[in-house]
Design a protein around this ligand. Sequence first.
Ligand SMILES: [Zn+2]
Length: 627
Amino acid sequence: MPCPRLLLAATLASSVFIAAHAATATTAASVEVDARDAPRGIERVHLVLPVKPGKLTLLYPKWLPGEHSPDGPVSGLSALKFSSNGQAIVWQRDADNMYAFHLTIPSATRSLDVAFEVDAVSGATDNNALRTSTESLALILWNQLVFYPAGAQSDDLQYTARLRLPAGWSFGTALPQVSSAGDTTQFAQVSLTTLIDSPVLSGRHFKTVELGATPAVHLHLAADSEAALDIPAATTAQLRKLVQEAAALFGATHYNEYHFLWTLSDQLGFEGIEHHQSSDNRSAERSLIDEDLRRSEAVTSLLPHEYAHSWNGKYRRPIGLATGNYDSPIRGELLWVYEGLTQYLGMVLGARSGLAAPTEARDGWADAAAWLQTRKGRDWRPLADTAIAAQIGYTQAHEWRPRTRATDFYTESAMLWLEADTLIRSTTHGAKSLDDFCRLFYGPPSSAPKVVPYDFNDVVQALNTVMPYDWRGFWTLRLNRVQANAPLEGLAAGGWHLAFAAEPSPVEKADGALEKMTNLYYSLGVTLKDEGAVILDVVPGTPADAAGIAPDSSLIAVNGRKYSKDVLQDALKAGGDGPRALELLIQKDEMFETVELQYAGHARYPRLERDTAAPDLLTPILSPRTQ
Ligand SMILES: [Zn+2]
């Protein structure tokens, strides 16, 4: 999953198929999906499961790999019917586990028909229940379209899938195909693990771009308009470079082929879900064709982040996240490696590939450092706890996150991995780096997809192999301490420090345009949603906090004049560097209130400045390794 910091915010079967299927019913399940109504948010499923007579409990996938949360969209199920040989079978949901359904299979019954619909809802709070289709495209997520027997491991269950798309739509997926006829595709028999790990991106406006390499890497684009598919040649070249740089970093691959699935839609919003041989990347519709949006870190590091997960997260996986099914709770305590190091590598590979120019990459680090300084909840909540509590972190309220913290294990861990990298580089005088750890831990020999679990000791041991050091102490201290200050030591050791400029960087402007918000975190201490000028958040210890402003208020007027971005920016500039009061008219619920906000100076936006007290290690970290 990408860093949420950037989000401030019918019966389908032909009788021929059923007959063909019956012969294999005892060995593999078949799942037939009719997605012709996907633009309306409805997908219809006919599942045939091999069964034995007697009691049976079927499970709907709950804990989804990559989402680190129990958010399988079970509330979106409808029209659920179980039958065998045309006879309905009664079902009862478990009183404790909403994802479990109890049935009694009649004697002499060998296969069970399960018909149901999945109705996607845009208002859902669970990540996986968010909208996955528009009038022009659909993401087919197999976890939403299957049941499996309780007690089984997903590696041991075989499924064959068949998919019917709206007429004329194209698709891309890592799921191997057997045949295609018209708008229907038959996929090869695979394990349930592989099926759920292989989503399908489909759409009316669709394009596939080959990115080369061995094993082959493909890019599939689906967009809400034909115009949005017009990927610049320079971006394609940067994505090819990304594949080369990842090969240089890890020295091996653990996939048979790789497919980037990239959805370009303003309706679905920002998301990224990693898979072993593919990734589900979702960006704004014009991310590729609008030069300003393209600079956003949400664009430049999204594909590098999800791609790095093929090694860090899918191949090597924390033991607590390698449960082997979708009903056992996951343990997120090592997400500071799974997501934190991936966040670091996403930023590093984004720069090495050229997706982010060197200044843009540094602006990204400045943004991360400044954002970390707003997380005042660090004074009560250690970083380790944010990882342990990941399963409640993604969906928690956005208001007051600087006090509560949330999924801080992304950005804060990335900053700590930078510290580890600079420590290795400076101690070994450049002979070693975190790249050596990546090659050792995630690298050769190349393999087909498989999971190799690890624990904290394995991480410490691999770091010690790269460079003998008290790595156990290094991580134990940083994961468990409570302190208000952001851990920016790695930035200083890399020869740079955080500074502030009066104008936003192009990266900051792009982030603001993408998220449709104005970031005044580092001046007044608030972020403002553009629509309605709603104050999204207030940072403790800032002028807005001191003035008693609350999240979910609206900014109505500044110094007596109706609020607009320009009016506020002009007010910030007008007083020069001197202290002064800004008079803000605020609406909270149904009450209006005028507050005086004490402020000195201009607007402030993060930048990195070179600090010659230390050699510049950040530049070599962000520089390409391949020609
Ligand atoms: Zn991730």
